[in-house]
Write a protein that binds this ligand. Structure first.
Ligand code: KG4
Ligand code: ZN
Length: 339
């Protein structure tokens, strides 16, 4: 089976072609092409994504990117069995560009269309590891717009057991980077600077780390950094010199909360697999420290992380999510009703 995936939910215009082969009872996924046109340079000077600009650039790029993905995969449109596109959540004007392109192509080429959830797609990309995933599983989704703990009793069911009450983890990285004036997107820049810093140099808060539920809150950390910077400036400190320590402190505070809640949820629900997902999952310290905690507290639990290029937004994940949607009985019924 060959699937064309399309993703335009935020500031990446992406298209990908994947091939699925079934072997030993479970699917194997192969990437034939994975094209991502990032708009980082366009939004960088504003310190965040400008929705109007994002939509305009998606519109300009969408057809050339899809064309490139099909050519790179060395297939023809007639070889495609399914078109899969992100339908939500995301920036509405950006989503519409991908959705309209996908609908038009599905109509022109007479192909079925799967409209998929972006967050489920972030989780499903773990299937690229081509390992049999054991359930129940726990997904930690950490992206620019969302921070969620999701319990999966099987490959189709997603039950949200916790979420951020304010900023997402990625948003916190981005906003603190903006305060430190070190660029956008903040996550990878903070990660790089943190390598030269001491994570314990400043006493930063870990909001809600001991709360009984599985929710998160990151806005308090952002405010604490605002006051810390004001303090340091008052004391005439050279902020530039302190940035590595501030970056390392921020990164560790975010990681500590994510790890505590993830391990707690994994123990409570006795999960067999933990999957990391979303842009922040590209963070090497988060990946490594979660592995260490699992080894220590839950040595029999499987741990899956996507390769870093598949953590941030891409269309391969959307194609994989489309595959699972077609397997799901509910989706087949809806498709049948519409025809
Ligand atoms: O999943 P994603 O590409 O887009 C959304 O669905 O939001 O996530 C983007 C987020 C941004 O906030 C970015 O700063 C963060 O992921 N991010 C990272 C790293 N790479 C990207 N955060 C921490 N460390 C990284 N290496
Ligand atoms: Zn995303």
């Amino acid at each position: 089976m060959i699937i064309l995936g399309i993703e335009t939910s935020c500031d990446e215009t992406a298209a990908s072609v994947i091939k699925i082969k079934r072997g030993r009872g479970y699917p194997h996924f192969f990437i034939l092409s994975n094209i991502v046109a990032s708009q980082i340079k366009i939004h960088q000077k504003y310190g965040g994504v400008v929705p109007e600009l994002a939509a305009r650039h998606h519109l300009k790029n969408i057809i050339p990117i899809i064309d490139q993905a099909i050519k790179k995969a060395k297939i023809k449109p007639k070889n495609i069995d399914l078109i899969s596109v992100t339908s939500h959540p995301g920036l509405i004007t950006s989503l519409l560009v991908g959705l309209e392109a996908a609908k038009t192509l599905a109509y022109l080429w007479q192909k079925p269309l799967a409209k998929v959830n972006h967050l489920k797609a972030h989780i499903y990309v773990n299937y690229l590891k081509n390992k049999k995933i054991k359930f129940p599983a726990l997904g930690l989704i950490v992206s620019g717009g969302h921070t969620e703990l999701v319990l999966m009793k099987d490959k189709f069911s997603f039950k949200k057991i916790g979420q951020t009450l304010d900023d997402a983890a990625g948003e916190c990285f981005d906003k603190i980077a903006k305060m430190l004036d070190i660029g956008y997107p903040g996550g990878p820049i903070i990660e790089k600077l943190a390598k030269k810093g001491n994570p314990s140099a400043y006493n930063l808060p870990r909001p809600m780390i001991n709360s009984q539920d599985f929710n998160f809150s990151f806005s308090g950390l952002k405010t604490a950094m605002l006051y810390k910077l004001r303090d340091l400036k008052k004391k005439k400190k050279n902020i530039k010199k302190l940035i590595p320590d501030l970056a390392a402190g921020t990164q560790q505070a975010i990681i500590d909360v994510l790890l505590k809640k993830t391990i707690k949820a994994a123990k409570k629900y006795k999960v067999k697999t933990i999957m990391l997902a979303g842009g922040v999952a590209a963070n090497q310290q988060l990946r490594k420290q979660l592995q260490e905690k699992i080894n220590y507290y839950l040595p029999t639990t499987h741990y899956l992380t996507p390769n870093t290029q598949f953590c941030t937004d891409n269309a391969a994940m959307v194609a994989i999510a489309g595959y699972f949607q077609t397997l799901n009985k509910k989706f087949r019924t809806i498709q049948k009703d519409k025809s």
